[in-house]
Design a protein around this ligand. Sequence first.
Ligand SMILES: [Zn+2]
Ligand SMILES: [Zn+2]
Length: 222
Amino acid sequence: MLAGQPMPIRRSWLRTLGWTLAMLALLVCAVFMGYSGEYVVAGLFGLFGLAAMFGIGSGSCTTECPVCGAALRGLIGLKRCPQCFAYGKISEGAYYELLPDFVNEVPVLALPLGDRKQMPPLCCVCGVPASRSEKLRIIRVEFAFDLDVPYCALHSAGADLDSEPIPGKGKAQRPVLKVKSNAFYRAYVQANYRMSDQREMGSPCVTEPIKRKVFSVTAQNL
Ligand SMILES: [Zn+2]
Ligand SMILES: [Zn+2]
């Protein structure tokens, strides 16, 4: 299911400690509420406490993006690189970029939609050449627009327009299109963000991650 260069994952003990404390606090609250007869609240605290175990597991691991070398943290489920937007996940103790033809069961591959919203001519569900499109609409405080999303003849209603917080900008939101097909996702990123290079984003910060990657490879060889 996965291919490409495996990146070693490391455990951040500080994050592990933080998640462990959070889990213990939640479980203590659950027990306390249980004794007080608040069983629904106790159940909720218990559930959040169990969810914190994912944080202790893969959520406390760090690695580098196999595509651009950016530092990645909190590797729960499918992880998007904040720098080059490549998705990856942990498999068999290492971190891999998703295969180009990877298809997820639910639309979670979230494309930040910039000013250009040029859709690739591929089905957003399966990645084969598209033959038609469906209109999606999003209305938020900051933005509102319609978007024609491409589909093949077999698929429909497999994408979502949503919003996500802009990193480092507080509560400000930006629109994202959530899709299932990694082929569609990669083609969109290629068309709208990667202008100069096939593998790297055509942004001013491109040279820095390459340098960092070369450095980390050298450091491993020593
Ligand atoms: Zn990256
Ligand atoms: Zn399709």
